[in-house]
Design a protein around this ligand. Sequence first.
Ligand SMILES: [Mn+2]
Length: 505
Amino acid sequence: MLTLTHIADTHLGHRQYGLKQREDDMVSTSRSALQEMTNERRTDAVLLPGDLFHSRDLRPKVLHQTEQELDRVPDDVPVLVSRGNHDENLTPRDVTWLNYLHQRGQVVFLKGDLDADPETARFEPYDPEDPGDHAGFYDINVERFDGPVRVFGLQWRGAKTGQALQQVANGIQATNDEYGEPTWTVLLAHFGIEDEVPTLGGTVTHAELRDLKDVVDYLALGHIHKRYESGEWIYNPGSPEAHNTREGRAEWEHGYYSVALDNGSAEADNDAVGFDVEHHLTKRRPYYRIEFDVTAYESPGDLETAFQNHVRDEQAAMTEYCSQDEFTARGEPREPIIDLRFTGTLQFSRGDFRSDELAAWVEDAYDALYVQVNTGIRTANVQQLLSEIDEDEVFKDGQLNTAALEHRVFETIAKESIYDDHAADVADVLGNAHQMAQADEAVEDIRDSVSSARHKLFPELTDDVVLDIEEDPFADAEAGENTSGDTTGDDEADVETEAGKVVEQ
Ligand SMILES: [Mn+2]
């Protein structure tokens, strides 16, 4: 009998909303989970497939706290980790903090060598006498089992994950040929799977997993911060804490697994290992959503009064929600994070709508840790513009056609400018420039495209377009993003409607 604990995406060091309390939550929520496991359920090993840390640039305090937490894990319980997108280093050649913790014997950092052979990943055995700075696989020997339980680790590969999986499947087979067949095999990995949370990046198809299934009994995943399972061999526990309002919704389960292995001794002719997986919710900080429709109020004063009444009416429901067992710490309910959403059409000027003051009032009235404001409101002017647009033009198969809507907005702007003569053409040019910007095309190329279109449409205006921009305006958005999707904003990533958007996990 062997028990494993599978936890992922602990994101230690994440100072969400700039709050120390949230940074502490990341540590304490993970600590409670590990304590539950080591004390009550007696785990034999911990599996942590990626995003142990929130950032590759650790502050000394975060490293120190992490080492303290790892010290609490009993010496005979190995903590087996692999690398997620948040643990990555600036250049893969550099040593990461996972290498450091491995060298100090506090974790076993597992990764494959994918460069030596394009067909077959290379996995080196863990040697406690000479641990080096990482290993490829780790054998857990269990009395009464014919062979070891073998744990492999695959590092974050981003868009190249699908390709790496074939190498890994071959590599596991080659390892078993060389070191003997294990009784049971685990692979730690950090990626999402199609059909599960489809708007997220690093997604692998079921077809790409087929060969892996032949050599892996338990795929221990991280990356998606929501619990899901697939095909009785793929398990993703969901991060211990929620990292934005979307992840904070009630239907997003956050927790860890306990995996109990047994070789079915009750049945004489069956010594194959069977396993039982149980998911446990972590005791995390709650998010509570309040929605308020602003449409009915003609003045800021009316709106404020109605808003305060609405918030008071919701209080009992919120208190009940936050009193659920999963949101308590040491028996006490935790102060919630309020996900405050304004919807509808504002009847007065946007400048008179003081959402910051309303949020501060809520924070006070609810004793909330933080209020995250999301304004989905439109003003009456924009509403007017929208109402003039033909429905068939803006809605396609019940979906908002944003390209058509954008075209109408650009056209309306052009009509009120010196470019009035060719408003529709100008809207095309602007729409095209916007697309180029979204596709990260070079600023010079966007400028040349606008410039040449302008020459064509308005030959009498011969001056070149001068962009009053000193630096690349998209540089910030790109910085550090490439394959890791490593943005630091939390709730900016909380947009589901943008097709193909890579959301940080
Ligand atoms: Mn993550």
